[in-house]
Design a protein around this ligand. Structure first.
Ligand SMILES: N[C@@H](CCC(=O)N[C@@H](CS)C(=O)NCC(=O)O)C(=O)O
Length: 221
């Protein structure tokens, strides 16, 4: 196992979206300083030659840590915790049952909630002028989200206050950002989920990250 870095020079690209707030939030939870390049989606800034040389996918967020260039919000937050704050408990130790459950929640959130339902809604409803209207896909995505989020609601009711019971982990960070996103899309959420998201978005690190990240999907009112 490699020793954790002591004085990293971290650079984070991206602001303004649900995906970009995740690394900002974790950087604040860990109390790390970092250089910010708050480029936005659909501004042209993700499509410049310079940025595409960094991330050929043309997507934010992107983290630079020395020679390492890392994209994908969930990969970035796990990397930050495992390298700069393993004692924070935000990511359970590898090879433990808690880590198995943690990975299960993270993959579930990133596929079933983020990519598979909320992103479909965003692309083919809000951003239909760019990606094309697809009312059937939007309806199926809404129904799919409702089915999957009911499982989350039940899990929090029976085993909360966080997804792994205790402690608070990055799986809660991923979930909270999907809940603020769903709320922004006017998707009805159970009261317990709203309370959970309000509690998590009240964390000082979230508030600091939200002030830097900006964007419309900040909190629940
Ligand atoms: N699965 C990726 C999704 C990244 C993604 O789609 N980012 C969007 C903004 S939320 C983006 O960069 N779009 C490029 C653009 O619209 O210019 C992650 O979680 O990091």
């Amino acid at each position: 196992m490699t020793a954790p870095h002591t004085s990293p020079h971290l650079i984070l690209w991206g602001a303004g979206t649900t995906r970009t707030i995740r690394p900002h939030w974790v950087l604040h939870e860990l109390g790390l300083t970092y250089e910010k390049h708050p480029i936005g989606s659909r501004t042209g800034e993700t499509q410049t030659d310079a940025f595409r040389a960094l991330n050929p996918r043309g997507k934010i967020p992107v983290l630079q840590d020395g020679a390492l260039v890392l994209a994908e919000s969930a990969a970035i937050i796990n990397y930050l915790v495992e390298n700069y704050g393993p004692e924070s408990g935000l990511v359970p130790r590898p090879g433990t049952p808690q880590r198995g459950l943690y990975d299960q929640w993270c993959f579930f959130i990133m596929t079933e909630l983020d990519a598979h339902t909320l992103y479909i809604l965003r692309r083919h409803d809000d951003l239909a002028h760019l990606y094309g209207a697809a009312p059937n896909a939007v309806q199926a995505a809404k129904e799919g989200f409702a089915r999957q989020i009911a499982v989350v609601t039940q899990a929090l009711r029976s085993g909360g206050p966080y997804l792994l019971g205790e402690p608070f982990t990055c799986a809660d960070i991923l979930l909270t950002t999907c809940l603020t996103w769903a709320h922004y899309c006017k998707i009805p959420l159970a009261n317990d989920l709203i309370d959970y998201a309000r509690r998590l978005t009240a964390r000082p690190a979230y508030r600091q990250a939200a002030a830097i990240n900006g964007g419309p999907m900040v909190g629940l009112t």
